[in-house]
Ligand binder design. Structure first.
Ligand SMILES: [Zn+2]
Length: 382
């Protein structure tokens, strides 16, 4: 057995303890102080590994961390996020718990953000700690960027991710994974807002004088949703709507929030144009569309597949049978892959049900995945 895997398996209990501590530090993206408490925890943990740790303070979000080991020109970038989608207090409902599945005997962990992606942070931390403990120095300088705003589309961390990405030969993303999948492509994401203005009038006394923004919104929802084309991998989701004021008033205003997913940059441009050029059905209503692509698509590429192939070979030596997969969910890997930097994602913890109260992780996967990451880092230097 690989000495790295053996060393990590011996630390199973410590990894579970670390995961429990990180889950207990709740970190909703918009709670700056709470996310900073996770940063404090990681500054201390990485500091003990003699890493160079820099805080990148943010006024609106928690600080981002840039953690690095080693010197030289060649660099591997690791990406992980400290924020979660869960509000403060969720931990009261769902504290970190270790449960054994009666049927499979699988040791599962539950709790807010355990899967997406506190588990990935533990994997990154222990992979590096184990390389250090075994005196196995990678040929690359390692830079681990930990951001605080990923669940909001990474508005403040994107420049740092792209800058470090461009300095790197490879980017390894520690987002969670289902079973033995590693992620080699992701859809791009666009976000748009539609504002509709009509004219208010009395619903009984002057119905005909009003222009219903809600009725216009109904037309536009159907038109927008009809742009969905599963064959192309293009989807539109009118996810949030609002409109009107009182039941006896013709509604003067309505509003919608729209999510777009596409598989190619070209399709992103085509759909952006289609969304931004919608015209009112009722000529007396006015439409205002804002928004754009947020995360570029990570298109399947030879470079990412070649990197997956390296990981597959490393995994096979560890007794893992890995396969490539794509997903409609975005990650920070979209930014680096769109810059043509070989990127591999889904290297984090195994489990399922991200962003759902049923989220769970396979605790036994932590040592396997940390060994995969450490061995891959070494293999990429050969
Ligand atoms: Zn995530």
């Amino acid at each position: 057995m690989s000495q790295i895997l053996r060393a990590l398996q011996a630390q199973q209990a410590a990894m579970v303890r670390t995961l429990g501590e990180l889950v207990a530090l709740e970190s909703p993206s918009h709670e700056r102080e709470a996310v900073n408490a996770v940063a404090d925890y990681l500054v201390q943990a990485f500091g003990q590994l003699n890493a160079k740790v820099e805080r990148l303070p943010q006024p609106a979000f928690g600080d981002h961390l840039r953690v690095s080991w080693g010197e030289g020109d060649r660099q591997i970038l690791l990406l992980g996020h400290m924020d979660t989608v869960w509000s403060l207090g969720e931990i009261g409902e769902r504290p970190f718990q270790v449960v054994q599945d009666g049927e499979s005997g699988l040791l599962m962990g539950t709790g807010p953000g355990v899967f997406d992606m506190k588990g990935g942070l533990v994997i990154g931390l222990y992979a590096v700690a184990t390389l250090r403990a075994l005196n196995l120095a990678p040929a690359h300088r390692l830079v681990f960027l930990l951001n605080s705003d990923e669940e909001c589309g990474s508005p403040t961390s994107r420049p740092a991710i792209e800058e470090e990405g461009l300095r790197s030969e490879y980017v390894l993303v520690l987002e969670p994974s289902r079973e033995n999948a590693l992620v080699t492509w992701r859809k791009g994401i666009g976000r748009f807002e539609l504002e509709i203005h009509g004219r208010a009038s009395h619903a009984g006394a002057a119905h005909e004088q009003g222009v219903s923004a809600v009725e216009e919104l109904a037309h536009q929802i159907l038109r927008l949703e009809a742009l969905t084309d599963y064959n192309r991998g293009t989807t539109i989701n009118v996810g949030v709507v609002q409109g009107g004021s009182k039941v006896n008033v013709r509604p003067a205003a309505a509003w919608a929030e729209i999510d777009l997913r596409v598989t190619t940059a070209e399709e992103g441009r085509r759909m952006t144009k289609a969304i931004r050029s919608i015209r009112p059905v009722n000529p007396d209503a006015s439409l205002l569309v804002s928004g754009s692509m947020n995360r570029p698509p990570w298109e399947a590429s030879a470079a990412s597949l070649a990197l997956f192939e390296r990981a597959r070979q490393v995994g096979a030596k560890l007794g893992m049978e890995l396969w490539p997969a794509g997903t409609g969910g975005g990650s920070d890997g979209n930014f680096t892959a769109a810059l043509q930097i070989p990127t591999l994602d889904g290297l984090g913890i195994v489990g399922n049900d991200a962003h759902a109260v049923t989220e769970w992780v396979d605790l036994g996967s932590m040592s396997r995945r940390a060994a995969l990451l450490a061995e891959l880092i070494l293999a990429l230097g050969q």
